[in-house]
Write a protein that binds this ligand. Structure first.
Ligand code: CTP
Length: 135
């Protein structure tokens, strides 16, 4: 009998866009249950030096509303990735290829798979474009 795979992925998912939908849908195709760690506002400030446009509650609600997503949780620290993978009993970790190689250290606890990013779009690019267009 085939074991139904559990998939985990992480991200900020701020100003939700088509690149986010694409990676989440592709991740779900790998298994039966998709868990998404959504970065907290504090983590985003420490990573990117600015708060996200949408707060963590709204970002979690948006991601959770997608039919391909089964569960979301708040990712509070980058250092806890291994713990989250174990806690959610993930068989496969999916990341965009902007992270290529960076998570290979978890290949002893789950399969690690990188997907190519959707070209030409990112949250930072949208924010810059909107700021330019309305300045
Ligand atoms: N992602 C993607 N294609 C894009 C943008 C993002 O596949 N064009 C993926 C990322 O690789 C990551 C997930 O979506 O696995 C969440 O990425 P996130 O950092 O929240 O979005 P970005 O648009 O990359 O945000 P930023 O521009 O602020 O870095």
């Amino acid at each position: 009998m085939e074991v139904l795979k559990r998939i985990i992925t992480f991200g900020t998912f701020d100003v939700f866009h088509i690149g986010h939908v694409n990676i989440l849908e592709r991740a779900k195709e790998l298994g039966a249950y998709l868990v998404v760690g959504v970065s907290s506002d504090a983590l985003n400030i420490s990573k990117k030096g600015r708060p996200p446009i949408y707060n963590q509650d709204d970002r979690m609600k948006i991601v959770e509303s997608l039919h391909c997503v089964d569960e979301v949780f708040l990712e509070e620290s980058l250092e806890l990735k291994g713990q989250y993978i174990r806690q959610y009993d993930a068989d496969i970790l999916v990341m965009g290829n902007d992270w290529e190689g960076k998570f290979d250290c978890f290949s002893n606890i789950c399969k690690v798979q990188y997907f190519s990013r959707t070209e030409g779009i990112s949250t930072s690019k949208i924010i810059k474009q909107v700021a330019l267009d309305f300045s």
